[in-house]
Ligand binder design. Structure first.
Ligand code: NCD
Length: 336
């Protein structure tokens, strides 16, 4: 991401001055594929800009009146897709939507590489969700407009992470944070992205899951490399850590990613939070969830002061507005 990098000026022959890279190379750098790309400064730039937008949305209403965002969702989505659409429209722009996979040329055998190359010719940026891990990385190789990964299988979901971080910052602060991340840590892409992004901050991260759904070992390895700032612990039960948490981030068991339904049935419904369980929590505990929830959080929690998951979903709009605004400004410059 180059949202806080110095300006670049395209010349007529397609080279940019200063950096020596072609516009093509530079724009590729604007793809947001994983949260590993995000430095602390990048994160703060986006969150600060989101706060600015949140404070006065009308000031940004005509920002990108001539811009179009292409939505390519090869998997179901409600929040991510609709909040990208809302964000783009609130910036004065519009969207073009590939629509359901069943009514697209994918059913005729078109490759993802061809689809994105075609749609980039219609639009100024692309949002891609795909069931295959790595799909966004591959698609990004074929397009020059910024490509935002809105979820690639069990891989990453970096724009969700930015709105998660915004919500954490508002409710608990990002430094000196004790967070519990609970549920499906193996297939949960929001978890992978969040853990990497949080490793830019001083955090104690507790991962709570059944053994079969633990965080992938490569993620654990990578987090251990950040041990100056990050402490991580893994648990099978929430009870021992709940009283120490500032934030509890609950996730859905990702049923659609299990190779075997029986394996899902063995873990389904095992990790649930209700008001009784929260009795040992700090009054200030913030409970989050990327949603949709199935049965991980009892509806009675919704009316407690702990619940922040609807606020979290609403934060998707200012955060995605901020990200789009930073990426779509002429030449990607961030200076006002
Ligand atoms: C998440 C996802 O798609 O990974 N949803 C979302 O974008 N808010 C979480 C999930 O599906 O469980």
């Amino acid at each position: 991401m180059s949202v806080n990098e110095s300006s670049r000026t395209p010349t007529t022959n397609g080279e940019i001055q200063g950096g020596g890279k072609s516009v093509h190379e530079q724009m590729r750098h604007d793809h947001l594929i994983t949260s590993k790309q995000l430095s602390r400064a990048d994160i703060e730039t986006v969150l600060d800009h989101a706060a600015e937008i949140d404070a006065d949305r009308s000031a940004f209403a005509d920002r990108h009146a001539d811009k179009l965002l292409g939505l390519l969702f090869f998997e179901p989505s409600t929040r991510t897709k609709m909040s990208f659409e809302t964000a783009m429209k609130r910036l004065g722009g519009d969207i073009v939507d590939m629509g359901a996979v069943e009514s697209s040329s994918v059913t005729k055998g078109e490759t993802l590489a061809d689809t994105v190359r075609v749609i980039e010719g219609y639009t100024d940026a692309l949002v891609l969700r795909h069931p295959k891990q790595g799909a966004a990385t591959m698609a990004g190789e074929f397009v020059d407009v910024p490509l935002l990964n809105a979820g690639d299988g069990a891989g990453h979901h970096p724009t969700q992470t930015l709105l998660d971080l915004y919500t954490i910052r508002e409710n608990a602060g990002l430094d000196d944070l004790t967070i519990g991340i609970m549920g499906d840590l193996k297939y949960g892409r929001t978890v992978h992205s969040l853990a990497y992004a949080l490793s830019n901050f001083d955090t104690r991260q507790h991962f709570i899951s059944p053994e079969s759904l633990q965080l992938p070992r490569e993620v654990v390895y990578d987090l251990h490399q950040e041990q100056e700032r990050v402490q991580i612990r893994e648990h099978e039960s929430i009870e021992e850590v709940l009283p120490s948490l500032d934030v509890l981030y609950v996730t859905r068991i990702q049923r659609e990613r299990f190779p075997d339904e029986n394996e899902y049935q063995q873990v389904a419904g095992k990790y649930q939070i209700d008001t009784e369980a929260l009795e040992t929590a700090r009054d200030e505990l913030t409970v989050m969830h990327p949603l949709p929830r199935v049965d991980e959080i009892a509806p009675a929690v919704d009316t407690t002061d702990h619940a922040a998951y609807f606020e979290q979903a609403h934060n998707g709009v200012p955060v995605r507005m901020a990200l789009l605004d930073l990426l779509l400004r002429d030449g990607g410059e961030t200076d006002e």
